[in-house]
Design a protein around this ligand. Sequence first.
Ligand SMILES: [Zn+2]
Ligand SMILES: [Zn+2]
Ligand SMILES: [Zn+2]
Ligand SMILES: [Zn+2]
Ligand SMILES: [Zn+2]
Ligand SMILES: [Zn+2]
Length: 264
Amino acid sequence: MEQNEGTNIQPINHNHRMYEVHPMYEVTKVLKGKGKGKKYCNGCRLVLSGPSYRCEICFDLLKSAGQKEFYLHKRCANLANKIQHPSHSVHPLNLYTSHHPQIGRTISCDDCRDICLGFIYLCEQCDFKLDVKCAALRTHKTAVSQEKEMARVTESQHFNHHHKLVLGYCNDPIDETKCTICELPIIGPAYFCREYNCDYILHESCLRLPQKIEVPFQWNEVPFQWNEVPFQMHQIPFHREHVLLVASSPMKIQSHSVMLALLR
Ligand SMILES: [Zn+2]
Ligand SMILES: [Zn+2]
Ligand SMILES: [Zn+2]
Ligand SMILES: [Zn+2]
Ligand SMILES: [Zn+2]
Ligand SMILES: [Zn+2]
């Protein structure tokens, strides 16, 4: 392998199930960057500090998915493949990357509810998941009180999707997660589908968009462009001042954006 500037001659090995054992190269202080140029660990998704390494093989594997670089803390490069943790003491947890084919869906940590795009410890039998930062705490905490304070439901349903949706938080500093409906990045609470191969995920606000809205236009005054979006338009009997718009199913993304604009 070509030896880049800022790398060490001595490789260390890391193995996180998806891949063979990879040689890694030490990152110098210069590479770590400051402020906006800060680098993050692809395993635990926290800021790089202390001894850190880069893996060219992981970078190559994930390049097509938009990965720009692949770094790991030394401690994350050497994570145990199997751990026992007080959060799930009945079974051991195995280390995976969230890209692992056996994962194949959006996952969140069962402790902090953060949506995990890095490494995750999983109990296959119970589908219990713990991200690396929570696994490092070695204690059991819950995010439940936070939801109670915010009066946030942990499970929901959307009329446009036949699977159940669950609450998670998008906090990832490396990769953006975009809302299926409005296509804008999600930062903070989100509702996502846990089914295999289904990447349906919504802003909390997009989840609450109604399927039907009344708009203050007469039937013959409805703006022309509304005919081009997949709404069904209904006349409301004895009520000529409004038109009822019903999002058709399966609803197209643009139609919901129109609805979003109307509600603002
Ligand atoms: Zn890390
Ligand atoms: Zn690697
Ligand atoms: Zn967590
Ligand atoms: Zn288990
Ligand atoms: Zn949205
Ligand atoms: Zn789904």
